[in-house]
Design a binder for this molecule. Structure first.
Ligand SMILES: Nc1nc2c(ncn2[C@@H]2O[C@H](COP(=O)(O)OP(=O)(O)OP(=O)(O)O)[C@@H](O)[C@H]2O)c(=O)[nH]1
Ligand SMILES: [Mg+2]
Length: 372
């Protein structure tokens, strides 16, 4: 296997395809009256200006499915709860959810709903109560999001919302847009974004473990809670890969066979990249892997990886007896993963909310691991 370039190339392709398949899809309903701030909220929480740049496929006149290539999140945007025929919207939504939940494909299931109510509306509509109860009946957890919140404190209106919508699992008062307000005396008040971190954390709690990588991917890196979720998830990916590497090297593998570890490490790099928000596509992930470990003949990648990594592990300057033991294989993989997480975290902290620059990140990883 080790001298067969075609086989190794296939193995890398397989590793990347596996990662893409494994990401899956999450689906979140965002419902509310027209103009309450749903699109603004979606663009604030998730990466890639999803509501602005994603393509909307109309399900009905008031329900739209928003998706974006390479983005593992689908938003089911439903507006018009203020309309007279809201019962039709609710019935349409119920039909849509049921159709998806009986589908054998878990990637179609709805994971959560945000019911958005504008704070200044000062009233709870019958449509909102009915929708909340319907979602609960269908086992869709609802987070009531009080939008464009001015004060963020519990007032009479919030108390009423909590009472009327007691079928919801959580309530968060948010402001998705910074802004200013000038009063009659010319006094200027500035408002910052508010409670977006709380909304992200509440929502994360509703996402099944198997879909956490997709959720981490979808989050906008400019929020502290997004970064926490991404870093935690990436740590899990690295741990899983180092366990796999240890298993692969359970009987010590000759140094020249270190290439056996490459698909595991490539898979790990791709998973960590996805977790941090890289597009879920073959081309993006192939670029990621190539820019991280070198674009030359794939056959040398394994050796380059191993030689580079060995330098990083104290006491393992050379491979004892020319073989790699399970503990070394695990340590190598862990060191590579930790370095990649550090590079990605640094990029996100310096460029909050920006698309990941794959080439720059790859170059930085190489520099860090002294591959080049
Ligand atoms: N100041 C402030 N304005 C906001 C906030 N959220 C939304 N807006 C404004 O409210 C208006 C409506 O926001 P959208 O996000 O388009 O509302 P929507 O619910 O998606 O509207 P429809 O798609 O028409 O149902 C826009 O002018 C936003 O800029 C906020 O948190 N603070
Ligand atoms: Mg909208």
């Amino acid at each position: 296997m080790r001298s067969d370039t075609a086989t190794i190339t296939d193995a890398l392709e397989d590793a990347i395809l596996n990662v893409i398949e494994g990401v899956g899809n999450i689906n979140i309903i965002v419902a509310g009256k027209t103009g309450v701030g749903k699109s603004t909220l979606i663009n604030c929480v998730f990466r890639g200006e999803l509501a602005k740049t994603g393509s909307g496929k109309p399900v009905t006149q008031q329900i739209e499915e928003i998706t974006k290539e390479g983005h593992p999140l689908t938003i089911i945007d439903s507006k018009g709860l203020e309309l007279k025929d809201f019962q039709k919207i609710s019935a349409d939504l119920e039909f849509f959810i049921k159709k998806r939940s009986i589908s054998g494909d878990e990637n179609k299931h709805i994971h959560a709903a945000w019911l958005c109510i504008q704070e200044s509306s000062n009233r709870v509509e019958d449509a909102e109560i009915e929708l909340c109860n319907m979602l609960k009946k269908l086992s869709i957890p609802v987070i009531v999001v009080i939008t464009q919140s001015m004060f963020g404190k519990e007032n009479d209106f919030i108390t009423k919302v909590k009472k009327d919508l007691n079928a919801a699992t959580a309530f968060v008062q948010v402001r998705a847009l910074a802004g200013e307000f000038e009063d009659d005396d010319g006094e200027l008040y500035k408002f910052k974004e508010k409670n977006i971190n709380a909304l992200i954390t509440e929502t994360a709690g509703l996402i099944p473990e198997a879909k956490k990588r997709a959720f981490a991917n979808a989050l906008n890196s400019r929020h502290q809670s997004s970064m926490k979720i991404k870093i935690e998830q990436a740590g899990k990916e690295v741990l899983a890969a180092s366990t796999l590497a240890a298993v692969a090297a359970a009987s010590p593998i000759p140094f020249s066979d270190a290439i056996l570890l490459v698909p595991i490490q490539v898979g790990m790099l791709a998973k960590v990249g996805v977790t941090f928000g890289m597009d879920v596509s073959t081309s993006a992930l192939t670029t990621l892997v190539m820019s991280a470990v070198g674009s030359g003949a794939v056959t040398v990648v394994g050796r380059v990886l191993v030689t580079g990594l060995l330098k990083m592990i104290p006491g393992v300057g050379t491979v004892v007896g020319g073989a790699i033991a399970a503990t070394t294989a695990a340590a190598l993989t862990k060191a590579l993963g930790a370095a990649y997480i550090a590079v990605l975290t640094d990029f996100c902290e310096k460029n909050p909310g920006k698309d990941l620059d794959i080439a720059l990140i790859g170059a930085e990883l190489k520099r860090k691991m002294s591959f080049s």
